[in-house]
Design a protein around this ligand. Structure first.
Ligand SMILES: [Mg+2]
Length: 474
């Protein structure tokens, strides 16, 4: 295949993954996984992903480390490797990089304030073959953001980056929460996001009874004294008593709280989360005497700040998490509340990403991991505390694939400051990050070839020397 032909290939997905939905992929994977688990030994605690995280923002809790979650194996194994599509003699696309790939954070790297960062569009073109080597490089997206379905987020990103982005290459903060729908089959509280969006996402994930803060305020307006639901919010909020067939709110038990996306009303959401944290076993409008029996509280990530349209970073979900934990202690006479977080920098999220990337390489490019191992993943992010920290922790843990952290200067990280977690490389933009990764791979490839040639030549010289000795002795 000529370089020109490679460049003419339309960018973006070209195989089965774009045709099948994320939900379908999950459902197939879950069936396969159930089969797999039924034949497996239980996962021991030593197998549980647990990066060295500080006590302040790490879930030192069962969230990512015990039966509170679906098993770590299931979290880290969302997909099973599909059958390799038929691709001719080689079995894979020979113009695709077969041993490295990229993963990208979105906010502050590719997009800022809803607008694409100019270099991002060019970077995607380079990955899709518009580079001097004529190779295409597999890539996925891994964001802590959320608040919409994966399909909707991909549609937004496709418009922003001017290429097709498939749900098969996309993970957002709340994606792993999907795995908990089987565990919590009763009522759950879902917080954050625009209007009813997160309720819809949670129901799409399989949660059976999703309650929102609006439902609780509608049932008892005194819950949040300064919050008045708009007519639309009132109409959309559900009648809890009627829906549950009970006479009082204390008959409704919240099994778990999920903060899916950033709160649009911090005061009311804080009040309601704390009410449930202090309740008797999750019963609405009750108070525990010990403050030790509230249901688990999950945040889809713990980024304290993020890069939005404003010149300075904005407060994110991690800030709400800190406030919830701090105020809980204040109002309970010093009790400690341990909440749980998904997303970066949790290593389990990066393991989830590895599986997604393996599946994407296989379905999209015919690169099956055991024949074409993934040596290096370049992760490009703007936030040292989540992107770089998580990538480095994953790199330290993983045996087969190197995770290489690249920090860009277009988001949270401020040029000239010392990043809290040291990246392998610092570059100006995502385009520089992509070029850096590709160049590094090409240098490595050339070095490998040179070493092989030298070895071959060495072998030849040795052989000739042997022949010479033999000739002399004859
Ligand atoms: Mg970011």
């Amino acid at each position: 295949m000529s370089s020109n032909n490679r460049l003419q290939r339309p960018p973006g997905p070209n195989r089965t993954a774009s045709a099948s939905s994320f939900a379908e992929a999950f459902s197939i994977a879950r069936r396969n996984l159930e089969d797999e688990i039924s034949h497996e030994e239980p996962v021991s605690s030593s197998d549980i992903p647990s990066p060295a995280l500080s006590s302040t923002d790490a879930p030192s809790t069962p969230a990512l480390s015990s039966s509170q979650l679906a098993t770590p194996a299931s979290l880290a194994t969302p997909f099973t490797e599909p059958q390799t599509p038929s691709l001719g003699d080689s079995g894979y696309d020979d113009d695709v990089a077969d041993n490295f790939a990229f993963a990208f954070d979105i906010d502050g790297v590719l997009v800022r304030g809803g607008q694409p960062i100019p270099e991002a569009i060019e970077a995607m073109k380079v990955l899709n073959g518009e580079n001097e080597y004529g190779i295409r490089v597999p890539y996925i997206f891994l964001t802590n953001g959320g608040g919409k379905t994966e399909e909707e987020r991909c549609q937004d990103l496709s418009k922003q980056l001017e290429l097709e982005v498939s749900p098969g290459q996309f993970i957002c903060g709340h994606t792993p929460m999907r795995e908990l729908a089987d565990k919590y089959r009763g009522s759950v509280l879902v917080v954050g996001g625009e209007g009813e969006k997160c309720r819809s996402v949670a129901e799409m994930y399989g949660f059976q009874d999703v309650i929102t803060p609006g439902d609780i305020i509608k049932a008892n307006a005194a819950t949040a004294p300064f919050r008045k639901l708009t007519d639309k919010e009132h109409a959309n909020s559900r009648d809890l008593l009627e829906r549950h067939g009970v006479e009082k709110l204390s008959d409704i038990v919240i099994e778990a709280v999920f903060v899916f996306a950033d709160s649009r009303d911090w005061a009311s959401d804080l009040q309601i989360i704390l009410d449930i944290a202090m309740s008797k076993g999750g019963r609405l409008e009750t108070r525990s005497e010990t403050f030790e029996e509230g249901p688990p509280i999950y945040f889809s990530h713990s980024d304290v700040v993020w890069s939005a349209a404003h010149e300075h970073v904005r407060l994110g979900m991690g800030a709400l998490r800190r406030i919830v934990e701090t105020v809980f202690s204040d109002v309970t006479g010093g009790k400690k509340l341990e909440t749980h977080a998904f997303g970066k920098p949790q290593v389990s999220t990066f393991e989830f990403a590895t599986r997604l990337l393996q599946q994407w390489r296989s379905t999209q490019h015919g690169l099956v991991a055991h024949r074409r191992p993934l040596d290096t993943v370049y992760f490009v992010g703007d936030t040292p505390e989540s992107d770089i920290r998580g990538t480095n922790a994953m790199d330290a843990k993983t045996k087969n694939t190197s995770w290489y952290s690249v920090l860009v200067k277009t988001g949270v990280y401020q040029d000239g400051t010392e990043p809290a977690y040291k990246p392998r490389a610092v570059v100006d933009t995502v385009l520089d990050a992509v070029n850096h990764g590709i160049e590094r791979e090409m240098v490595r490839r050339r070095a490998k070839h040179a070493a092989r040639d030298a070895k071959d030549q060495g072998g030849l010289i040795q052989k000739l020397a042997t022949i010479h000795v033999q000739d002399c002795s004859s």
